[in-house]
Write a protein that binds this ligand. Sequence first.
Ligand SMILES: Nc1ncnc2c1ncn2[C@@H]1O[C@H](COP(=O)(O)OP(=O)(O)OP(=O)(O)O)[C@@H](O)[C@H]1O
Length: 801
Amino acid sequence: MGRLAVSAALFSAALIIEAGLVTFLTFWPIGCELRRVDSLLGFLDLYSIDSNLDVWVLMLLHLLALPLCFIRVAGLIRRHRRRYANARMAIYLICYTTQMALLAKAVLVAVFGSDMLSPGRHGESGLIYLFAAILTSLVCVFVEMLSACALVSGWEEGGGRRDEAGEPLLDKTDPAALQRQSTVAMLLSFSAQDTPLLLVAFVAGAVAALGQALIPYYTGLIIDYASIDQRFEDFQRTCLLLVGVAFGTAVFTGIRGGLFTVAMTKLNVRIRTSLFDALLRQEIAFFTSTRTGEITSRLSADTTTVSDQICLNLNVGLRSLTQAAMVLVFMFKASWRLTIITFILIPAIILICKLYGAYYRELAKAVQNELAEANTVAEESLSSMATVRSHAAEDSARAAYQHRLRLFYRLCLKEALGYAAYITCTTFLPNAVNVVTLFYGGNLVLDERMSAGSLVSFMLYVTSLNGALQQLGDVFSAFAAALGAADKVVELIQRAPQMPDPGGLQPGAFSGHLELRGVEFSYPSRPDTRVLSGVSLSVAPGEVVALVGPSGGGKSSIVKLVERFYLPAAGAVLLDGRDVGLYDAKWLKRHVALVAQEPVLFARSVRRNILYGLEIEDGVPAEEVPSSEDVEEAARLANAHDFIMAMPQGYDTDCGEKGVSLSGGQKQRIAIARALVRKPTVLLLDEATSALDSDSEAVVQEALDRMMKDFTVLVIAHRLSTVANADRILVIAKGQVAEQGSHESLAEAGGIYSALVRRQFSKTTSSASLAASGRSSYVNLPSLNTLAPAAGAVPRPKDPL
Ligand SMILES: Nc1ncnc2c1ncn2[C@@H]1O[C@H](COP(=O)(O)OP(=O)(O)OP(=O)(O)O)[C@@H](O)[C@H]1O
């Protein structure tokens, strides 16, 4: 950072002084009183000196510029020493050599006066000098502009690191610079869609800037007419003109502001939509490894920062730029000498802005990160408020949040200090320049080379230019902050999902034969821990297979693989003999329905919760959307119809956020209805009753028992009644199928299952025998999971211990 800052500072200083000089060399002949030029060939005479003060101004400029020009050339030669053949280097060298020759000549003239290079002797070569000066100036400015753009957009970032051949290392090794490139490209492509709107806004802004520049001009005229020339009619006319100009300026300023606000909103909507789309595309592993607070912070805070800051600053930036350009033209018209003096201000302000921009960008990124962390901590507590309350953990939640906020506050303090230093400099510099301008301008008025009105106009221009430049500085740092936030948003938008897209298979006939063949699996967040090792199982159409076994054995992971939340590392998950990945995702989710352990409902009506994923908005053709009768039938099957009808608005009752206004059992029954309304062929039941109290469980279990007769079912069960009802039982332990068979055969086999059953009986006070429980009756017995945790398995909070 240190070396980068120093070289950026030197680069910027040289660049700015050069730009000043280029302008100086180009405008000097134009600004000079033309009566002094007998012919164009006599242009060298333009360097003749009017007063001692002029000599000092010239000397100061040249003395400042020359060493910086040398540093710049030396830096160029060092950076490009292996690339002499490079065309860019050649252009640089020609331009700078010519410029240095011009500068040397200017210094000689400034020191010894124009006699030394008389027009008579050097007229011919002088003309060539003039064209060379203008041409080289233009080329230099163009090349430097490209260079500056590259620096800002990251093409030349990376601390100037180069490989052996002197090529920038960035495209191979610097992800930050690459990210910045794609951020800028994506933002440009987002904004490009509003080009007509932005063009109109820009034209309105240019007209407003012209108006702004005219106001000081007419003010100066009014002062001259009122105090010096005493021309009353002209005075009145100019006053009226000024009112007209002020009104026109206000109208165009309003148009520009309004249009930019519209563009800002459009950009915001576009960024949010793209980001949300990108998030919906991501694989499940992304959501388990990224905290929800961080994601929502990107979606809310960062997208707003990006669109607001970019549009606002584009608006202010363009306005300031056009205003500065217009004001400069008027300033040159009023007094070229004074204009050159004020030009000293530009390098200083731009240099400070550049350095501050780099520093601020880093800080802004850190502040955004810290805020996202604080949000995550708050979100974690707020989204699990019941758990926080039930463990009386409010104090630790508050402490964690306060800790994050303290870190955030410290960073903001740093940011504020940086801002304070920046404001101090940018407030002092313009005032210092005002004093110098007044001093020199006063001298010109005393020498009668400028009218008092022109001096007043000029001072108003200087104020206007200061304002424009200060705003440009603010724009620069705000852009930097917006780019920092945009980097993260664009990174998410461009993130490619780590799972291949599903196929488009939608077979007409589907029997629901489910098979896992030699499946090996690890979670992406823990690639070294094998969760399933060579699991093979098969569920025939219409069969009910129960998965039992110790906690952490891998039962839920099997269901997640069938749902294609994850991909197996080896082996295959097949439906009707074809890989699950080949099926169309929407088709698959209609034919293979899941009732999860902890049902999630959304803040919408009961009806829409049952229809979740099957509405017209989900891309389902109108004729395939289940009817109200279908919804009610599913709810009846799920034992949910009666309690739904008992609610004030029946199926239109709002479930509240995450279904808070319903009990656990009610939520689970709605989730079952949601699965049934799809009329699936395969049902996956993941311990659907484990989180319920015994009353709710009885009702839900009854619904499940009823369902199991009609579908191919893979059920993770820890209730003996469910297990006993199954056609086949698979014992999953340590990621493998340890045993399989019927309840009776396994209970007698003396393995893991019989140990589970034995221990369950010893814990049960009730003497209800398993055999007597029958296939359809429900017996509320303790969990099989509680009996024998697998060695090495991680116990999880959901276990009903
Ligand atoms: N998202 C995840 N990321 C990483 N590891 C996970 C994840 N989910 C589960 N695991 C781990 O995978 C292993 C198997 O978990 P799984 O949920 O499949 O077991 P289970 O047999 O269903 O357990 P339970 O009966 O308690 O639900 C466990 O060690 C668990 O810690």
